[in-house]
Design a protein. Structure first.
Length: 206
């Protein structure tokens, strides 16, 4: 999802799996590490995730309203990323249900009415729809503004002032070699995680 030219805003002091990204597009990311691919159900102002189709309506594990995210502007795009390592016999990609209808994921991506969904295990960024040229400048500005709000979340007035005065000190520019090293390290961890999940869940999804 993130390349050498991407800019990311993340506040690790905020207990929430969200961050802002400016890359192929500007979007607020809600990241969920799932034990299996599962299903995402999108309704009006609601997102639910569960291991099975029926559970998304009855007993979802993830259930929230985008309006509850303080740094998500009403005109901004929310992207829900399902990061799953489960690769068992019969395993399939993330299922998406919107307006009570099953949606087709293309390249591990679904562009919903208000929320986009990414199946990270099957994601191919080349399938992303082209950005609207007339919105690029606005979206980029929105990402910068919202990203700074996220960085300042939970800070007092003085801490916010110090952040604005020296914001460059809070950032880090990963060169391509370092980023590649980190990606390989994460990939190695993912392989180990797949073995662990397979041992817990067996050869088929729950």
């Amino acid at each position: 999802m993130i390349d050498d030219n991407s800019k990311v805003w993340i506040n690790t002091n905020v207990v929430s799996p969200i961050f802002w990204i400016l890359g192929d597009r500007a979007t607020c990311i809600y990241w969920y590490s799932a034990p299996t691919s599962g299903f995402v159900r999108l309704t009006q102002d609601r997102l639910r995730w569960a291991p099975t189709y029926d559970e998304t309506g009855k007993s979802p594990i993830v259930d929230f309203s985008p309006s509850s995210i303080p740094v998500l502007h009403s005109d901004a795009r929310l992207t829900f990323v399902v990061d799953h390592n489960y690769v068992g016999t019969g395993s399939s990609g993330v299922g998406v249900v919107e307006d009570s209808k099953s949606q087709k994921m293309v390249g591990g991506y679904h562009e919903g009415t208000d929320i986009a969904v990414i199946d990270l295990a099957n994601y191919d960024r080349s399938y992303l729809p082209a950005r609207n040229p007339s919105r690029i400048e606005y979206d980029d500005g929105l990402a910068s503004y919202s990203g700074m709000r996220l960085l300042a979340a939970g800070m007092g007035k003085q801490d916010k002032a110090d952040l604005l005065d020296s914001v460059e000190e809070y950032g880090y520019d990963f060169d391509p070699d370092t980023l590649d090293h980190l990606v390989k390290a994460v990939d190695s961890f993912d392989v180990a995680a797949q073995f662990a999940v397979k041992a817990i869940y067996g050869d088929s999804t729950p």
